[in-house]
Design a protein around this ligand. Sequence first.
Ligand code: TRP
Length: 329
Amino acid sequence: MERVVSGIRSTGNLHLGNYFGALKNFIKMQDENECFFFIADYHSLTTHPTPENLHGNVRQVLAEYLAAGIDPEKATIYVQSDVPEVAELYLLLNMNAYVGELERTTSFKDKVRKNPNNVNAGLLTYPVLMAADIIMHNATKVPVGKDQEQNLEMARKFARRFNNMYNVEYFNEPEPFNFGESLIKIPGLDGSGKMGKSEGNGIYLIDDPKVLRKKVMKAVTDSGPTEPNSPVTESVQNLFTIMDVVSTPDTLQYFKDKYASCEIRYGDLKKQLAEDIIKVTTPIRERILDIAADTEYLRKVVKLGEDKARESAAKTIKEVREIIGFKPF
Ligand code: TRP
């Protein structure tokens, strides 16, 4: 059994790529491991949200993850800012994090390039806060995508540095959780590449049927096969890939055969795909709306998470304080 920690960005709705990708794995993981999933709202302050947006975003993200299957009885799901111990560990780790190494991280350099007018210290020390999140619960595994690998490497480095500095074997060096083959990649509907928020091609769980139909009908295809059994072009393969996760095997085979015999009508394919997406997302969308409106339930969930996360965090902070030399008289 691993101790798994993962932070969830506090902005942005879940799309099919998230749902069939990382989220399916989170849901599997929570059965077999001790999982801490939290909404990273401290981190979001680097972009200066308004108070209304900050709270609204956290509520929406929480509702979406719960609706999609994160189970607060199995995993510890909490809001980062409910655990102020994180801020203390962040402060302590900052004393041994060097400006030079932080300036060299690719995500920092990217953010400086994109937002030269908002190069705040929180951005610079983002990897330190992330390390605090992770080593607070002595995680053994962290599920990370490509874009977070360097941040995880920093967390390992800060954990090791603390251990060396105080000559202890206190913090574990967390490993990336590798999903390997099981991580399904969902493409976008714009002809090439993956589905993503920044790509602007997302099919969101919260989209209503009308929006979904419109998005699918606009999907990029090709001019149609002209010879029997010609290779499937990328844009059409993308539709088949999505169909593979939302439709029945028979439906997928039907359209693949039609393609092979040059009888395919993309309008029919898209109509079927849209309806099958709607079938998958409708119950989730309804749950999202119910949960987001149920303040009583949300309050219960975050309280449960806060209690469990703070118990683990308080133990770490107490021990770290002693190691550092903050001792009671
Ligand atoms: N940086 C992560 C992201 O942008 C979010 C995050 C914050 C995180 N703290 C974490 C992820 C700790 C894993 C572990 O997606």
